[in-house]
Design a protein around this ligand. Structure first.
Ligand code: ADP
Ligand code: MG
Length: 399
């Protein structure tokens, strides 16, 4: 789960990380009010969407020469103008895709005089299984470009969970940023606090870009992106309240209501599978047969009729789906129960694309009989390879 920049900054501030003052605003008037609470003379009005690259982004509804989603303002009128141009309009950035994202919230924050922009992120390094710092002097730009053009300017090191954050980690951050004296001390302290925030919230990512050095030699977080490990949210009820459902894919949101692990993909074959490993294998074998999966969908071990129906509806609400492959291993859940669920769901949603079903496991024969006697045009498959070949053939037949 991701949160907005203003929420991320409020969270980091609770852990003692230095951030500029600011207020969220849902309307133009709120934005103006927010600026009145700030000292000035410079304000920054920032579009709050779950995507980066806002500064260089473009609004669909505004002329090409209009400014992007991060705007400096010196007067109340400029704040009002910026807020009016952004709210309700669609911001397209390098991270949103061509469709862009509608701006429904703003953040009005203190404008600072920037001497230098750095990059600092914490994430889970899957190779070492540890929390890792990623630090670079090249902040303010997109880190993928830095990694591609000047990889030597990115420093990475991880933290041993047995020791936790140690003074030498702080020194490593300061060194990587080429800081000395008081700024080095600030960097050491900031790094420790960001680490505390990472562990304390079960974050999966904290990306600060830019981490600015101001003209008066202060380190300040000017932009922060924070994501949490969804599997840990049950123990962070306060964080769950930060969720903004309007930022999520509608189909993924619907799937989450039924506890289905669903991720939309670009292909043509809708997949309904139980178990993440089986789902991955199913996607692989579809590709091996020359087509691409339209989604990843794990209905989980305890799939019942309601879940199967919901899963079917979600798959079919995707106009790209030209055929469905169901691949279920009946272990805890018996194949006959699953078959009944599939038949009921297929009837309820008025299935208009080919459906291939591969069942294996407990009561597999009863399950197959139910499918065969359903009167529905369900194609039965015997194994994974057979299922993939059949769905690809069926879809090509229709096309
Ligand atoms: P994004 O990464 O989505 O473009 P940022 O918050 O990083 O958005 O803003 C882009 C740039 O705008 C920053 O690199 C920085 O130069 C400038 N900026 C952002 N916030 C402030 C601020 N509070 N004061 C002055 N400049 C800012
Ligand atoms: Mg940024």
């Amino acid at each position: 789960m991701n949160i907005h920049e203003y929420q991320a900054k409020e969270l980091l501030a609770k852990f003692g990380v230095p951030v500029p003052a600011g207020f969220a605003a849902m309307s133009v008037e709120e934005a103006v009010e927010a600026s009145k609470k700030l000292p000035g003379p410079l304000y920054v009005v920032k579009a709050q969407i779950h995507a980066g690259g806002r500064g260089k982004g473009k609004f669909k509804e505004l002329p090409a020469e209009a400014k992007g989603g991060v705007r400096l303002a010196k007067t109340e009128d400029e704040v009002r103008h910026a807020a009016t141009e952004m709210l309700g309009n669609t911001l397209v950035t390098i991270q949103t895709g061509a469709a862009g994202k509608q701006v429904n919230r703003l953040y009005v924050t203190d404008g600072v005089d920037i001497a230098k922009e750095f990059y600092l992120a914490l994430l889970v390094d899957r190779a070492t299984g540890r929390v890792a710092f990623v630090v670079s002097t090249e902040g303010g730009m997109d880190i993928e470009t830095v990694a591609h053009d000047t990889p030597e300017k990115i420093h990475t090191f991880d933290v041993d969970p047995a020791t936790g954050f140690m003074p030498h980690h702080g020194r490593a951050v300061a060194n990587a940023l080429g800081l000395e004296g008081d700024l080095a001390k600030q960097a050491q302290s900031l790094a420790g606090k960001v680490y505390d925030a990472f562990l304390g919230t079960d974050a999966s990512q904290i990306e600060i870009n830019p981490l600015a050095v101001t003209d008066d030699n202060k380190l300040l977080v000017l932009d922060a992106k924070v994501g949490f490990d969804s599997n840990s949210l049950f123990r962070h009820k306060d964080l769950l309240e930060l969720r903004d459902e309007t930022e999520e894919d509608p189909m993924e949101l619907e799937a989450s209501k039924y506890d289905l692990a669903y991720i939309k993909l670009d292909g043509d074959i809708g997949c309904m599978v139980n178990g993440a490993g089986l789902a991955m294998a199913t996607m692989d074998i579809i590709k091996l047969n020359g087509m691409f999966p339209a989604n990843f969908l794990d209905v989980g071990g305890g799939a019942n009729k309601e879940k199967v129906t919901a899963a079917f509806k979600i798959i079919l609400s995707d106009p790209a789906v030209k055929g469905i492959l169901v691949n279920i291993f009946g272990g805890i859940m018996r194949c006959d129960i699953i078959a009944e669920g599939i038949v009921a769901a297929a009837k309820e949603v008025n299935l208009a694309v080919p459906l291939v079903v591969r069942l294996e496991g407990t009561n597999v024969q009863q399950g197959k009989d139910i499918l065969a006697n359903s009167g529905l045009p369900i194609v039965a498959a015997n194994d994974l390879g057979d299922a993939a070949q059949k769905i690809v053939a069926e879809v090509k037949k229709v096309a």
